[in-house]
Design a protein around this ligand. Structure first.
Ligand SMILES: [Zn+2]
Length: 434
């Protein structure tokens, strides 16, 4: 018999082990306080890995957490619910910061750095597409060569490649009535359409998004109008003044294809049904939200990053903000979920009041709204664009310092760790298409 017949868990009454766990619980509790009180840009990324190390050590000692101490010695001050957070999402977070080999740093001279432009994209055929002024360049990443370029004769405002990498949609400023063009990469033909949003001559398209079925596009313009069109630019549905006559900053389609999120200069993030664009929910932030990203597996979860340093986690099915954290000393320019790990990447700038020398730019990796588990540093200006390689292992970041950095996001970590989730993701997509 393994245990004492009078006190069933006597074998677990090892004083050293019990002490170890009590210390560990205290450490975890302190960590919770630390995360609540420390802004994201100031969190020490190594602190979290000490806790992970302790948990690992505990497993080696062979004692399951939570079953190691008999009930009469449980410390009541430890609140068992403290770890059930509303500020979390499904995630396979890294246990310690990774070694960050920077694959490349490339020049992006004259890249547009307005809040309302979307001029960088990483396509499914492994090209980084960037508009530099009036010219769109396509850079093939594996061979590190420039494969194509196109002169658009006007400053490009937004661009997006379709899922098959056969067509590139783009828009320019000073066009006549929200003109959009689609360049077929095989035939080199360009189709164009004026006025799909019914706007006057002084308007232009600020963002373009392909639907995950690859049969539709969602476009938004400077006057806050939105439309769903086919890939041949036939209009399916249309909303006027979706953002109160102000610029639409970003449009993102949910992974299951049923919802569309849009953010605008009016401070609203709106959730629409697809394809009819019926307004389902509206979330107001007093500043504009340039970063919006859908969770890759939990299709109702949306994260929003705002220029006043607020990060919010939203359940769009309930129309409810689950939690938010604010650090007014920082500005969030973009956010994106990694599809393999579910970690959230944010690009943040910060400046301590009265000290211009403390200006900094960070790319943080979060496992929860208030927990930074890793950090990528290399830019010295704001980072407006975060893009993933097709296999989600390389992160591209670009911004006002006119450079693009390519980072190995998982360091030397093995990819098959995430296999299960990729299958789950594909399944969701398939279900929608049927
Ligand atoms: Zn317009």
């Amino acid at each position: 018999m393994n245990s004492d017949r009078f006190i069933l868990n006597r074998k677990q009454l090892d004083v050293d082990t019990a002490n170890f766990w009590i210390k560990h619980e205290t450490m975890k509790e302190n960590m919770e306080k630390y995360m609540r009180n420390t802004p994201l840009v100031k969190q020490d990324i190594n602190r979290f890995s000490q806790i992970q190390r302790n948990e690992f050590l505990g497993r080696i000692l062979g004692v399951k957490e939570g079953r190691k101490i008999l009930p009469f010695i449980i410390n009541n001050s430890i609140n068992a619910n403290i770890y059930k957070n509303t500020n979390s999402w499904p995630v396979i977070a890294r246990t310690k910061p990774v070694y960050k080999p920077q694959l490349a740093v490339l020049d992006l001279p004259n890249i547009r750095n307005d809040i309302c432009c979307n001029v960088l994209h990483w396509s499914s055929n492994d090209h980084i597409i960037a508009a530099l002024g009036k010219i769109i360049y396509m850079w093939h990443v594996p061979s590190a060569t420039m494969s194509k370029s196109i002169n658009c004769f006007r400053d490009v405002i937004s661009l997006r490649m379709d899922m098959d990498s056969t067509a590139l949609a783009f828009s320019c400023d000073e066009t006549y009535g929200c003109e959009i063009k689609i360049w077929n990469l095989f035939t080199s033909k360009i189709i164009e359409k004026r006025g799909p949003l019914g706007c006057s001559h002084s308007c232009y398209i600020t963002c373009i998004e392909y639907h995950c079925s690859n049969k539709f596009m969602i476009i938004g313009c400077k006057k806050g109008n939105m439309a769903v069109t086919t890939t041949e630019l036939e209009r399916i549905s249309h909303v006027r003044y979706a953002h109160n006559l102000l610029d639409i900053i970003k449009i993102k389609c949910s992974p299951n294809g049923k919802y569309v999120a849009s953010s605008g200069y009016d401070g609203y993030v709106n959730i629409w049904s697809f394809p009819h664009l019926e307004l389902l929910h509206s979330f107001y932030q007093p500043f504009c939200s340039r970063g919006i990203s859908w969770h890759p597996w939990e299709s109702s979860y949306l994260c929003i990053g705002t220029t006043n340093g607020t990060l919010s986690l939203i359940n769009t099915a309930l129309g409810k903000c689950l939690d938010k954290v604010t650090d007014e000393a920082s500005i969030i320019y973009d956010i994106t979920f990694n599809k393999l790990s579910g970690e959230l990447v944010t690009s943040q700038c910060f400046c301590e009041s009265g000290d211009p020398g403390s200006y900094g730019s960070q790319i943080n990796v979060l496992s929860r709204l208030n927990r930074v588990v890793d950090r990528f540093e290399g830019h010295n200006r704001r980072v407006l664009f975060l893009e993933w390689s097709p296999d989600n292992t390389i992160l591209a970041s670009a911004g006002s310092d006119e450079t693009i950095h390519l980072w190995k996001f998982f360091g030397a970590m093995k990819k098959n760790k995430f296999k299960k989730n990729i299958i789950a993701d594909c399944f969701n997509l398939e279900k929608f298409i049927r």
